[in-house]
Every structure is written in structure tokens, then in C-alpha cells.
Design a protein around this ligand. Structure first.
Ligand code: FUB
Length: 510
């Protein structure tokens, strides 16, 4: 009995230590969230425990000094810190009738299918809204073959779609006017009898401002509902302003009338445009936006960022400051194959499409590193495995909490075929990695040439059985903390009762 009690208590401590949703103490993301290419026009979408963000892609080199944009990309996270790059999911090449200008997208799920609404410039002139359809949030998306919205004018950009509680889907769009259609259930056609409705562009609805309608409303609408209130968040121009801020209006009906409510994010950010994408994810509210803050950034070279915010009790939104990043809301499970492109921070490392269509990290050279945030080793990892293609050869140092932090293992990668590197799976022992840490893979080697490429990695060890399956353990939401606390209290109470019974029995036996 005595041993049983000891065992019960030690099992309990282990359970409490590793099963609790370890709060993401100090792990933060880094804005911009995409660091290897320029991205703009973020559009978040939640599917189950995953947040997807669709972006447009600003090319490095501009054609005719204007927006040079050919494709749409997708990124996902389960914890707001580590992002998986899904690459290009839809492009102008997939839309036979499109010429250029792959502008601001938004994705929506309905009945197990995913719809990506995208403005493009048509081959015969004018902007129009295309729709790509896919069975997966990460595509590939297939064009429906013709424009969904095509009024033949320049207003047909920046679609935003919301499906109301009664099943009616609305697609708003437009610059300088806000317009909408009622989408049919198939999500790829709209109610032609109602047609394209022009929203009255009044100061009451959108504030007095500096855009073409005399209001602040410019473009990039983001339409959603929270409680009983409908929100229209959009890029806006104040009178005399040289760049966009983000503003919002609300309504008690999905079709207005809209009431102007004020500024959500002020102008500064180094770029002429801004573009909102708002979402609730795991009990947190986020605003995605873009700035010019990556090196070389500017008017046509933007980068997607995210800020967390809270609504006021009456549903109003105070101005949200631009920020350096957001806090992790879940731990990251490193046990199981993780794509090498999944990370919280990457700098100076390129990605490339592999033969199987996935992405790999390439041109890894001395001093390069990636960070994976809030990694939950739980009771520990004892081995690290990576699928690497060696070029000049080198090593991967596995460090905790900083780029020169505690070294818990080193994977040696022997020199390979520089001209035609082939992938092989290599492993090394790990020691001293338990609990929750930010993990750094630091690439080192003597050669100034490319050391290696990397496809995927994984840890193994006892900690793998201490967490849920998937890449991320349960989020540290307020609710889950309380559920775990209650469960822990119940276990403590049961053990205490057993201990008391045992003590009484012992006394009686004396
Ligand atoms: O990215 C091209 C255009 O710039 C978008 O469609 C607008 O919302 C603005 O961000």
C-alpha cells in the first residue's frame, strides 16, 4: 500500500508536470511572419485546430514599377508562433483568362470544399474576381473557368466572403465603392436577380475621408459577424493622408446600413496600402495586416504581420498597435515528422519546391539557423533525426532557448555530392532536452559553400507518449487550464483519501 501511494503520487506529479497545457511562457512569433519572400493582403481562415493564412506575393523584381504579383500562397499554424509554408496554392497560370495582378484573396470553407476568391486583371482588360475550388485548404485550387464578378470596371477587387448563420453567403468587394452579391449555395455563382448591390458610400457609414467617394473607405474589406454585430473592416484614407490606415464600420444587418466606428490601425508602416484580415482562434482575436518592414521592403514589396487584440465589452475595437509578434498559445509537439519549412523564425535561408511538390530548405550555410518556438519535449527526447541532402557537408547543432544556448546534440552531415545532393536520413543522440523550450537548429561547417539541404526532421524519446498526437498539444486557453486544474485537484483529492485510509488502517493494525 505504501508503495502504491508513492507510485500514485509520483505518477501524479509526472502527469501534472507534463500533461498540463504548458503555458507558452516566453515564446513569441516574429513579425513579419513570412521572412523569405514578400507577402501582402493576408486572409486568415480557421479549420479545426489550424489557422490558415492566404497571402498575395509581391515579386522582388518589379515590372514597370508597379505591383508585380503572379500567385497566392498559404501558411498555417496551430500555435501562432510556428508557421508551416504550404507554398503556392493558386496562380495566374491556373486561370486561363487572367493576365496579371494576382491581388488580395480570401478563402472560405463550405460543405467540405474550399473556395479561394481572387482579384485578377483579365487578358481583355479590366479587373475581375476569380474563384478557385479545392478539396483541401492547402490546394491546389482549380479555377471555375470564368470570372465570378466581372462588371468591366476597376472596382472588382478585394473580395471578402462570409456565410451567415442562416446559410446565406455574402461576397463584398470593391475600390473605391463597396459592393456586394448574395452568393448561391454552390459558392461559385450569385443571385442574378438581386445582382450587384452598391452600398451607399456615406459619411455616416464610412466616415469623412480622403478617398474617391469622399469617405475613408478605400479597399480591402473584411466582413464577419461577432455576436449579433456585423463588422466591415477595411483599408481607409483620412483626408489629406498619403497612405492607408485600417478603419471599421458595424451594422446589425449583413447588408447594412453601416455605421462608421473609427480607426483600427494607424497609417505608419512604410507602405501606401494596408489590408486587414481578422479572426478569432483558440479564444484569441488577431488582426493580420501588412507593412514594408522586411529588408528592401516598400510600396510594392510588403510583408504580412499579425497583432493580438481584445474587443471592448460593447464590441468596439480600440486602435491596435503594430507589434513585433504575438505570444504562443499552444506548445509544439516535436515527435513525428516535421517539414523543415515549419518554424517560428527563418532568416537568410531559401526554400525550393521539391519533386514531390513540397518545399525544402536550401542553401543552408555556416551560421544560418531556424527557430522552432515553444517545443514541448515533455519528459524528454533522446534522439534527433533529419532528412538532409549533403552538399559541402557540415553539422546541425541543436540548441535550446537561444542561438548559442545549451547544446543538446549535434547531427554530423558528411560531405556529399555537391552537384547532385541526394537525401539521406541521419540520426544523433540528444541529451538534456526536456520540458518546453525554443529550439534552434544552427547550421555549421568549414566550407563557405552550401552545406546541405533539409526536408524534414523529428525528435524521438519518452516525451512522445506524454502528449497528444499531431504537431501541437492542446492550447493553453483559459478553459483548458481550468479543466486541467480541476482534473489535477480531483486526482490530488483521491490520493489524499487513499493516504488517510491507509494511515487509519496502519494505526488500527498497531
Ligand atoms: O495587393 C494589391 C492591392 O493592394 C490589393 O488588392 C489591395 O487591397 C492593396 O493591398
Amino acid at each position: 500500500m505504501k508503495n502504491f501511494c508513492k507510485k500514485a503520487i509520483s505518477t501524479l506529479s509526472a502527469t501534472l508536470l507534463f500533461a498540463q497545457p504548458v503555458a507558452a511562457a516566453d515564446s513569441y512569433s516574429t513579425n513579419p511572419i513570412v521572412r523569405d519572400i514578400y507577402t501582402a493582403d493576408p486572409a486568415p481562415m480557421v479549420v479545426g485546430d489550424t489557422l490558415y493564412v492566404y497571402t498575395s506575393h509581391d515579386e522582388d523584381e518589379l515590372i514597370d514599377g508597379f505591383y508585380t504579383m503572379f500567385e497566392w500562397c498559404c501558411y498555417s499554424t496551430k500555435d501562432m508562433v510556428n508557421w508551416t509554408d504550404h507554398g503556392v496554392v493558386f496562380s495566374l497560370e491556373d486561370i486561363e483568362w487572367a493576365e496579371d495582378r494576382a491581388w488580395a484573396p480570401q478563402a472560405v470553407e463550405r460543405n467540405g470544399k474550399y473556395y479561394l476568391y481572387c482579384p485578377v486583371h483579365k487578358k481583355n482588360g479590366g479587373m475581375a474576381i476569380a474563384v478557385g475550388v479545392s478539396d483541401s485548404p492547402t490546394g491546389p485550387f482549380v479555377d471555375i473557368g470564368e470570372p465570378l464578378i466581372d462588371e468591366g470596371d476597376w472596382n472588382d477587387i478585394d473580395p471578402t466572403v462570409f456565410i451567415d448563420d442562416d446559410g446565406q453567403a455574402y461576397l463584398y468587394f470593391g475600390n473605391p465603392e463597396l459592393r456586394y452579391v448574395l452568393l448561391n449555395e454552390d459558392m461559385v455563382s450569385y443571385d442574378k436577380e438581386v445582382g450587384i448591390v452598391k452600398v451607399p458610400m456615406t459619411e455616416e457609414s464610412f466616415g469623412k475621408g480622403g478617398h474617391a467617394t469622399g469617405t475613408t473607405y478605400a479597399e480591402g474589406p473584411w466582413f464577419y459577424k461577432r455576436g449579433d454585430l456585423y463588422y466591415m473592416v477595411y483599408a481607409a484614407f483620412a483626408e489629406g493622408a498619403g497612405s492607408e490606415h485600417i478603419a471599421y464600420s458595424t451594422s446589425t444587418s449583413p447588408t447594412g446600413p453601416w455605421e462608421y466606428r473609427g480607426v483600427v490601425m494607424t497609417e505608419e508602416g512604410g507602405t501606401y496600402t494596408n489590408h486587414p484580415g481578422i479572426v478569432d482562434f483558440k479564444d484569441h482575436s488577431y488582426l493580420f495586416y501588412h507593412t514594408a518592414q522586411l529588408p528592401g521592403g516598400g510600396l510594392f514589396n510588403r510583408s504580412v504581420c499579425v497583432a493580438e487584440f481584445e474587443y471592448n465589452e460593447d464590441g468596439s475595437i480600440d486602435p491596435i498597435p503594430k507589434c513585433d509578434g504575438v505570444k504562443a498559445i499552444a506548445t509544439f509537439n516535436p515527435f513525428g515528422k516535421i517539414p523543415a519549412t515549419t518554424c517560428a523564425y527563418i532568416e537568410g535561408i531559401s526554400k525550393q519546391v521539391k519533386e514531390d511538390g513540397g518545399l525544402e530548405l536550401v542553401k543552408l550555410s555556416k551560421g544560418d539557423y531556424i527557430r522552432i518556438g515553444n517545443v514541448n519535449f515533455a519528459s524528454g527526447a533522446d534522439e534527433f533525426t533529419a532528412n538532409v541532402a549533403s552538399e559541402a557537408g557540415g553539422s546541425i547543432e541543436i540548441r535550446l532557448d537561444s542561438v548559442d544556448g545549451k547544446l543538446v546534440g549535434t547531427l554530423e552531415v558528411p560531405a556529399g555530392n555537391v552537384d547532385a545532393p541526394t537525401y539521406e536520413t541521419l540520426s544523433t543522440a540528444i541529451s538534456g532536452a526536456s520540458g518546453v523550450h525554443d529550439v534552434y537548429f544552427v547550421f555549421t561547417g568549414d566550407s563557405p559553400r552550401n552545406l546541405m539541404k533539409m526536408d524534414w526532421w523529428e525528435f524521438s524519446g519518452p516525451g512522445s507518449s506524454d502528449q497528444t498526437t499531431g504537431t501541437v498539444a492542446a492550447p493553453a486557453s483559459k478553459n483548458s487550464v481550468w479543466i486541467v486544474a480541476a482534473a489535477a485537484a480531483a486526482v490530488v483529492a483521491v490520493v489524499a483519501v487513499i493516504a488517510v485510509i491507509f494511515a487509519k488502517k496502519k494505526k488500527k493494525n498497531k
